[in-house]
Design a protein around this ligand. Structure first.
Ligand SMILES: [Zn+2]
Ligand SMILES: [Zn+2]
Length: 329
């Protein structure tokens, strides 16, 4: 029969093993890519502001040489990164390893995951600063979020978890058009976009040893996007379907002018067809579109087939696909 002290001793070891196993990345059953130095794109969130369970909020990962670079942190970003690790074997997206992030603009559907990205990987073991690049206002958002979670941070650093307080660091870098980041893997160039009343919004071009990738974020069609791509390998662009814009039965409790909104803030399928014919990407990936992957549940919504059909009918001649969460390109 075990004594109480023996039981306490064994119990503590058991508890320690549970805590340690929670901090380690889950076992990977297979490599996700034979050539792991090749640049890959992982679509973490292809949705829009709709709380669609099939499509997380805006977030895209570029993976180069065992390093992940993120663009935007919409709702669900950390869970999708964990899913990319668990389901696709993409070890670079083990959340504590994510440390370089870019933001196109501060709309909530691109930033609601920010607190999650700051705090969750930190509690799971990130001990280097999170480096975040984006428009003016990002610094204030960061400071407000850290202030909002002040008690959580106090309990985690001063309580039994004893996470070193100095390990929670977020370095915000405000961007302007031009090269905003460069390391051995990637050069990142920001360019201005045109997104309605937002004074500052940016798209990003990534140049790696084997690929050029352009992600404008939310924008009307602009010459800056065409110039940033200019025959790039991959352009990841939004597009509103005309079926969505012209749907008079779409719920609109505010009664705002959707056509004017679309023309001021976003890009339609026909506009994107024209833009992409000029930008000439090797592959056009569509994301952030008003579509449903389960049209049986939302019969009035556009489908992926509607989206593709509108783009090609509008005259787009290049290769185009509809992006889904966790697709890897
Ligand atoms: Zn937006
Ligand atoms: Zn958006």
């Amino acid at each position: 029969m075990k004594t109480a002290s023996e039981f306490n001793y064994l119990g503590r070891i058991f508890l320690l093993l549970i805590i340690l196993s929670a901090m380690l990345p889950p076992a990977i059953s297979k490599a996700s890519d034979k050539n792991e130095s090749a640049t890959r794109i992982v679509l973490l969130g292809t949705g829009n502001p709709q709380p669609d369970p099939d499509r997380a909020g805006s977030a895209t990962a570029i993976i180069v040489n065992q390093t992940a670079y993120l663009v935007d942190f919409g709702p669900g970003v950390v869970r999708r990164a964990a899913a990319a690790l668990r389901d696709k074997g993409i070890r670079e997206l083990y959340p504590p390893k994510i440390r370089v992030v870019f933001n196109t603009h501060l709309h909530s559907d691109h930033t609601v995951g920010y607190a999650d990205l700051i705090l969750t990987p930190w509690t799971m073991g990130r001990r280097v600063p999170l480096e975040v690049y984006g428009p003016p206002g990002l610094k204030e958002m960061t400071e407000h979020l850290l202030a909002a979670y002040k008690e959580d941070i106090r309990i985690r650093t001063e309580g039994l978890e004893a996470i070193p307080k100095e390990s929670l660091q977020v370095n915000v870098h405000l961007v302007k058009p031009g090269v905003v980041y460069q390391d051995d893997n990637v050069k990142v160039t920001a360019f201005p976009t045109s997104h309605g009343d937002w004074e500052h919004s940016f798209g990003y071009r990534f140049d790696t040893a084997d690929r050029s990738i352009v992600i404008p974020g939310d924008t009307t069609p602009t010459q800056a996007t065409i110039d940033a791509c200019n025959g790039c390998d991959i352009l990841i662009h939004e597009a509103l379907t005309m079926k969505f814009v012209n749907n008079s039965r779409r719920p609109n409790p505010q009664g705002f002018d959707l056509k004017k909104y679309a023309a001021t803030y976003h890009t339609t399928t026909s506009q994107l067809a024209e833009l992409a014919n000029k930008a000439k990407p090797g592959l056009l990936i569509l994301h952030h579109n008003p579509i449903s992957l389960r049209p049986d549940k939302r019969p009035m919504a556009s489908t992926p087939a509607d989206l593709l059909n509108e783009i090609t009918t509008a005259g787009y001649k290049g290769k185009v696909v509809v992006g889904h969460d966790l697709d890897v390109y």
